[in-house]
Design a protein around this ligand. Structure first.
Ligand SMILES: NC(=O)c1ccc[n+]([C@@H]2O[C@H](COP(=O)([O-])OP(=O)(O)OC[C@H]3O[C@@H](n4cnc5c(N)ncnc54)[C@H](OP(=O)(O)O)[C@@H]3O)[C@@H](O)[C@H]2O)c1
Length: 265
């Protein structure tokens, strides 16, 4: 049994619903999903009504009563409003996890304004909804036993790594924003596939399988990325012509800039 007997997720948008769904499916905790309006709660009830370990509510203040873990998954500009509503009902030794991008640990502590409450800033990405992807987190005032329990809770949902807060911006740019660039790469390849005679859906399907194959090879191989490229680029062959064309068109520079540019002011 998790040490977090009751977990409240506030915000039933894309991220809050994905986290709540994972917790409902894989944890033995009692889950409460709270949202200020009813529509998204109804959608969640329709999707997960066959599970009995959760309830939904529009009463944000009441939702955190008795919760040892509270996940804030509302828009960054709504975090202050929500913490104002829940502060009085937060359990003394609870942990608040915020996934709101750009809201620092210092901001969170100031908004929560309860010194006994541990604080975690977490940056997931949408692959969490399928139990994949890379999530980063940084914590303040959270005991090791609770960090371990959070690792166990999130293990079926995502890879999770706790890092220094100074690296959270870089982690967000690389992995949270980065998933969009992978979608764009697949979409671009599919456009080429259509020109070559496949339907768009076929091209997306086939190229997604190619990307998935490449990631599986990287994860299972001891070879470096350059050695893997060398292994598929026969001298004088087709693939090296395509690889060199990528470089002539600035592929590497474009990817580097796309990952770094969100961090530039
Ligand atoms: N999506 C991602 O890939 C991703 C990745 C990393 C971090 N995040 C973070 O996750 C958080 C939620 O993003 P999302 O993509 O799930 O957005 P979303 O689908 O638009 O959902 C936003 C949620 O915030 C609630 N909300 C908005 N204003 C509120 C207020 N003033 N008081 C109470 N609740 C309010 C909405 O409630 P209503 O249903 O009533 O409008 C909804 O539940 C954001 O802070 C974002 O930075 C998202």
């Amino acid at each position: 049994m998790s040490i977090f007997k009751k977990i409240t997720v506030i915000g039933a948008g894309n991220m809050g619903s994905a986290i709540a769904a994972g917790l409902v499916k894989y944890s033995d905790s009692e889950i409460c999903l709270a949202n200020r309006s009813e529509g998204r709660l109804t959608n969640f009830m329709n999707a997960y009504g066959n599970y009995s370990n959760f309830k939904v509510t529009t009463d944000l203040a009441d939702s955190v009563k008795g919760s040892s873990l509270v996940v804030l998954a509302v828009k960054p500009w709504a975090v202050k409003d929500v913490t104002d509503q829940i502060r009085e009902n937060l359990q003394e030794d609870s942990v608040v996890v915020s996934v709101a991008a750009g809201i620092s640990i210092a901001d969170l502590k100031m908004m929560i304004d309860r010194s006994s409450v541990g604080v975690i800033y977490m940056i997931p990405n949408t692959a969490l909804q399928v139990g994949k992807g890379m999530t980063f987190a940084t914590a303040s005032g959270v005991e090791d036993a609770k960090i371990d329990a959070i690792h166990r809770l999130f293990a079926p949902l995502t890879r999770l790594k706790f890092i220094d807060e100074a690296k959270m911006g870089a982690a967000t740019a690389l992995c949270s924003c980065g998933i969009a660039y992978v979608y764009k790469f697949i979409a671009a390849a599919a456009q080429a596939g259509v020109e070559l005679g496949f339907s768009y859906d076929e091209a997306v399907d086939y190229f997604t399988a190619t990307v998935s194959g490449a990631t599986a090879v990287i994860e299972s191989s001891d070879l470096t990325l350059q050695q893997l490229v060398n292994a598929v680029t026969t001298p004088g062959g087709m693939t090296i012509r395509g690889v060199n064309e990528l470089e002539r068109k600035g592929f590497t520079a474009a990817v580097i800039d796309s990952i770094i540019s969100p961090l530039k002011k």
